[in-house]
Design a protein. Structure first.
Length: 117
């Protein structure tokens, strides 16, 4: 099962601490490889807190660790970082920075997709 959500990104304390240790550090990778999801949305998707969830946009897909969080239904949050950058488009609308808020994403359990043979 998959469902569409609105993604917003932002800075977190853990992401900042990891960034100071280096973008190649385990702390940074762990801090930027999570997605915060409303608990009712996780239940509907059949994804447990702490399990992987596949996040897909027209630009690509990544698997992130789902965290139950106090976010509005159908809205998900991912800390800014190199992991989520692979899902962002390159259009900056002349600002020099791609949009990092209000991005439509599709969430699913990585094991729920059928493999075509």
């Amino acid at each position: 099962m998959s469902e569409r959500f609105t993604l917003v990104t932002g800075r977190t304390r853990e992401q900042a601490v990891g960034m100071h240790k280096g973008k190649g550090s385990n702390e940074y990778r762990e801090a930027t490889s999570i997605i915060e999801v409303n608990p009712d949305d996780l239940a509907r998707l059949g994804v447990d807190d702490g399990a992987l969830v596949r996040v897909r946009t027209t630009e690509g897909q990544v698997d992130l660790t789902a965290r139950s969080a106090d976010v509005p239904p159908h809205l998900v949050f991912v800390p800014m970082g190199t992991t989520i950058n692979s899902l962002m488009g390159v259009d900056t609308q002349s600002t020099g920075m791609p949009s990092l808020k209000g991005i439509e994403v599709e969430l699913s359990s990585p094991g729920s997709e059928k493999v075509e043979q």
